[in-house]
Design a protein around this ligand. Structure first.
Ligand code: NAP
Ligand code: FE
Length: 361
């Protein structure tokens, strides 16, 4: 038995917001726009949303203070603003950080949750959520997850509920044209990691595999095109691939790569995609043992010769490695072993094995 659920209506392509008719009018008369500090103003995404809202006579208010890896404090500040303005729905515009923030804000607006309950529920229906990606990475526009930085837990944690699937996702590759080189590389590797982890996860299904394979096809062909000038057609494939990978993890969740990576982001300041990219070769080495057929399929879809070729490619893209002390490794392993990502990994992961992977980074 397996299930498949993806309730988000996706609009994909250049100019998709302008061409979306009056769908946003169904969501209410007042919107909160949630963005980072700069990029949404510079890449045309905020202006495209505002133009559509103005055309439909929908009032809007802007919260533009979302930081990378958003904190609970930011969510609460924005939710207080949203409640004060009495908005009907929330539009997250940006990379994963503003989109995830928008999901959590929409939830906090309708639920009285303390910082622990925020991650466990139970939840009532949030305000409707709209997502506009401007990076090609997280796939948050089509997932039921919001990843936040939780200082109480000393790590990043996820809100995971089908209630926070966006109602609409507007994926316009033109908004991603201004993404700087390092963010282009790191976000593409995050998307690749979603496709690979979702494909390998012991929660994968025949239907999630369809999306994962297609995502790997679109992302794999461009792994050597991520540096330097990235033409529009490549940007289009990367955003398409990351959205497909998002649909995959909306079914399967992620595995030990993401769980282990959260430690590297929280404690060592690595970007989310880079953290995953550094861990992927070690993960694929395990997969070669337990899932040889699917591993072969991954190499074929990505157009690489095998593990050595893939490892060299990742090393070239991810650059320098990280130095971790024995104490750090011990703490990371203790915190990561109990996570869901480890449970979804199709390998008998032990604390010793995980420590070895961290040590060899
Ligand atoms: P991000 O943290 O949203 O943004 C990274 C940087 O890129 C920011 O400085 C941002 O600037 C800039 N930026 C965004 N779009 C740009 C554009 N079009 N042009 C130029 N610069 C741009 O990065 P992300 O990798 O997309 O998201 C990472 C977050 O998503 C992490 O918290 C991760 O845990 C989470 N995540 C969520 C899911 C999910 O399913 N929900 C899955 C994977 C990861 P501004 O701040 O000025 O906007
Ligand atoms: Fe991710």
């Amino acid at each position: 038995m397996f299930t498949y659920f993806m309730p988000t209506k996706v609009f994909f392509g250049k100019g998709c917001i302008a061409q979306s008719g009056d769908v946003l009018a169904n969501l209410g008369r007042k919107a909160l726009l949630v963005t980072g500090r700069h990029s949404a103003k510079a890449n045309g995404s905020q202006a495209a949303v505002v133009e559509k809202l103005d055309e439909l006579g929908i009032a809007w208010f802007l919260f533009d203070e979302v930081e990378n890896n958003p904190s609970i404090a930011t969510i609460r500040k924005a939710a207080a603003f949203a409640l004060e303005k009495d908005v009907d729905f929330v539009i997250g515009i940006g990379g994963g950080s503003p989109m995830d923030a928008a999901k959590a804000i929409a939830l906090v607006c309708t639920n009285d949750l303390d910082d622990a309950q925020l991650f466990t529920g139970p939840y009532c229906k949030p305000l409707p959520i709209v997502a506009v990606p401007t990076t090609s990475g997280t796939g948050s526009e089509v997932t039921k997850v919001s990843v936040l930085t939780n200082p109480h837990a000393g790590t990043k944690q996820s809100i995971n509920t089908p209630l926070i699937f966006p109602v609409y996702a507007f994926a316009d590759p033109a908004f991603t044209e201004s993404v700087p080189e390092q963010v282009t590389v790191d976000t593409a590797i995050d998307a690749l990691s979603h496709a690979i982890e979702g494909y390998m996860a012991n929660t994968s299904t025949p239907m999630s595999d369809v999306w994962a394979e297609e995502a790997m096809r679109f992302l794999g062909v461009h792994l050597t095109d991520l540096k330097g000038d990235v033409p529009y057609v490549v940007r289009e494939d990367l955003l398409y691939g990351s959205t497909l990978a998002g649909i995959t993890i909306a079914q399967t969740g992620t595995t030990m790569v993401h769980s282990m990576g959260y430690m590297l982001t929280y404690y060592k300041g690595l970007s989310h995609g880079r953290a995953n990219g550094l861990l992927l070769p070690a993960y694929m080495k395990l997969m070669e043992e337990t899932m040889p057929d699917k591993t072969e399929k991954v190499w074929a879809l990505l157009g690489v010769a095998g593990l050595d070729d893939f490892t060299a490619l990742m090393q070239d893209l991810m650059g320098d490695k990280v130095d971790l002390s024995d104490e750090e490794i011990k703490k990371f392993v203790t915190m990561t072993m109990p996570t869901n990502g480890v449970k979804k990994t199709p390998y008998p992961v032990t604390a010793d094995l995980m420590a070895k992977i961290y040590k060899e980074l």
